[in-house]
Design a protein. Structure first.
Length: 146
């Protein structure tokens, strides 16, 4: 009888621990969408620059989780899709970008659009304003990641 009681107690404990929802960690990741028109005749230069940027960032930015660049089929528009673990990772990336690639990229593109999705610190917003970025900010209302 004692054995049956212990087994029932263990079964009940296992059911409770497997059926109760676990608290999700707070998602601090930040997603970025950057789009710009390419100056006519400069798509090859943009492609070469982007390859250097990707290699530079991949080597030394562990908080950069996703960093992908796309060229439209007509080679007239550049799009970056980026994800950072948090605002600190994004700030680290952007400070490096400003000192290494910004001038080159902005000479080759025009009409930039920069959107940031997720929690952004006041420190990052100050940095962006001082750097002259015009940013569209959006806060997460619902979603999931796998």
């Amino acid at each position: 009888m004692l054995r049956l009681g212990v087994m029932l107690a263990l079964t009940a404990t296992m059911m409770l621990t497997t059926t109760l929802p676990k608290a999700d960690p707070v998602d601090q990741s930040v997603m970025v969408l950057f789009e710009a028109d390419i100056v006519p005749g400069k798509s090859d230069d943009v492609s070469a620059l982007v390859h250097r940027m990707v290699a530079f960032n991949q080597a030394d930015e562990p908080e950069t989780l996703i960093y992908k660049a796309f060229l439209s089929e007509d080679s007239k528009r550049l799009t970056f899709m980026e994800t950072y673990s948090d605002t600190g990772g994004m700030l680290f990336h952007d400070e490096r970008f400003m000192s290494t690639f910004a001038d080159q990229l902005f000479e080759l593109t025009k009409n930039p659009r920069l959107c940031i999705y997720g929690p952004v610190s006041p420190m990052y917003k100050r940095f962006a304003e001082e750097a002259g970025f015009k940013i569209e900010y959006a806060n997460l209302i619902s979603g999931f990641s796998r």
